[in-house]
Structures are given as C-alpha cells and as structure tokens.
Design a protein around this ligand. Structure first.
Ligand SMILES: *[C@@H]1O[C@H](CO)[C@@H](O)[C@H](O)[C@H]1NC(C)=O
Length: 205
C-alpha cells in the first residue's frame, strides 16, 4: 500500500471541514498579530474605538469570538473524520482527560494572572503590565496561553480518537511556534523601551 493510501485511511482529506479547521488554525494568530502590529504602528484600533483600553477590549472580543468559531469548526471537523482504535483505548482516553484539564488550567490561570488587556495584546496599545508576572502558570511555561491551547487541541483529538485531530494539533503547534518567534522579541522590545525611557526620565531629574 502506498504511504498516501495509508495516510488517507487515517485522515480523510476529502472533508471540507478538515480544511476549514486548518484555515482557522492558521488565520487566527495571523489575524491577531497583524491587528496588534497595525495598532502599534498606526493606533488604528485606538482611533476607531476612542481609547486604547476600548480598542483592546474590542480586539479581545474579536479574538475570543474567532477562537470559539475555530473550536466549533475543529470539533465538527473531527466528527467527520475516521477514528482509530488505538486512540480510543482507555490509556488514550485517560491521557485526553489529563491533557484537556492541564490545557484549560494553563489557559485560564494565565488569563487570571494577566487580566483582559494583558492576555489580549494590551502591550501593543501601550497598556503595559506594571511588572512581569512570574508566578504560576508562568513558572511552568513561557507561553501558557499557547501551550495550554495546544494541549487542549491534542486532548480533544484523543478524546474523539481522531488521527486527523493529532495532525491538526501539529499544525497548531507549528503556527504558534511561528507566532511566538514573531511576538516574543517584539513585546520584549516594548518593555525594554519603557525601561530605557524610565531610566532616561530619572536621569533628567
Ligand atoms: C509555581 O508557582 C506557584 C505559586 O505561584 C507554586 O505553588 C509552584 O510550586 C511553582 N511551581 C514551580 C514548578 O516552580
């Protein structure tokens, strides 16, 4: 059997919902990074919404809604895919529960620690955190939001017993890795700039 036939028994690439989920997975982080960079360079959302905080809340609602839509399409996509008996074993099902729990703990505790503006790219609006959050979950993961989300995708894939879900989770991981390489240096620079300005301000006194 050709490798492609084997792969197509595990994953049904003819399902439009599979590609819909893949498109959402790629689109969402691309969208919020583009929106945030545009905001940073031209204050577009601040001007549209009337203030940085309102702009950030509007972006937060948009990102949150896009996330719900993506999760909905992902679940629908999985339902249309073939299951694999190995992924339906008690071990795999137990792992699914553990992944979903730890994924949600990472995401929710990170939102709790950062607040709405800290979670949804407030830095790009000039709404900076007073200081870096170092407690849980940031002492177990550098990017608990992204890592938690990835774990939840994998947990859902295993819960439904779908190899297609594991493949889509690999896509999530890849897209988030690219997003992080793009975001981390940028936000680090936003905070470094504040520090330079604060130091310069003190010298001026
Ligand atoms: C992370 O910080 C929390 C308190 O915020 C603490 O209870 C936990 O033990 C820490 N975990 C690690 C791995 O350092």
């Amino acid at each position: 059997m050709a490798p492609f036939d084997m792969a197509s028994q595990l994953v049904d690439f003819s399902q439009p919902s599979f590609w819909g989920a893949a498109a959402f997975i790629i689109f969402n982080p691309t969208f919020w990074n583009t929106a945030a960079r545009t905001e940073y360079s031209s204050k577009t959302l601040t001007r549209l919404a009337g203030s940085p905080r309102r702009g950030c809340y509007a972006l937060a609602i948009t990102i949150f809604t896009l996330g719900l839509a993506r999760d909905f399409v992902y679940e629908r996509a999985l339902r249309a895919q073939p299951s694999h008996p190995l992924l339906l074993s008690p071990l795999s099902q137990g792992l699914a529960v553990g992944l979903l729990l730890s994924g949600n703990v990472l995401v929710l505790s990170s939102m709790w620690a950062l607040g709405v503006t800290g979670t949804y790219l407030g830095d790009y609006f000039g709404i900076l955190m007073d200081e870096m959050v170092t407690g849980f979950p940031f002492n177990v993961s550098g990017s608990p939001m992204y890592h938690g989300s990835t774990l939840s995708f994998l947990g859902t894939a295993l819960w439904f017993g779908k190899p297609a879900g594991v493949l889509l989770t690999a896509l999530v991981f890849a897209v988030y890795s690219v997003a992080l390489r793009f975001e981390d240096p940028f936000t680090a620079e936003i905070y470094a700039k504040r520090e330079r300005e604060q130091k310069a301000g003190k010298k001026g006194l």
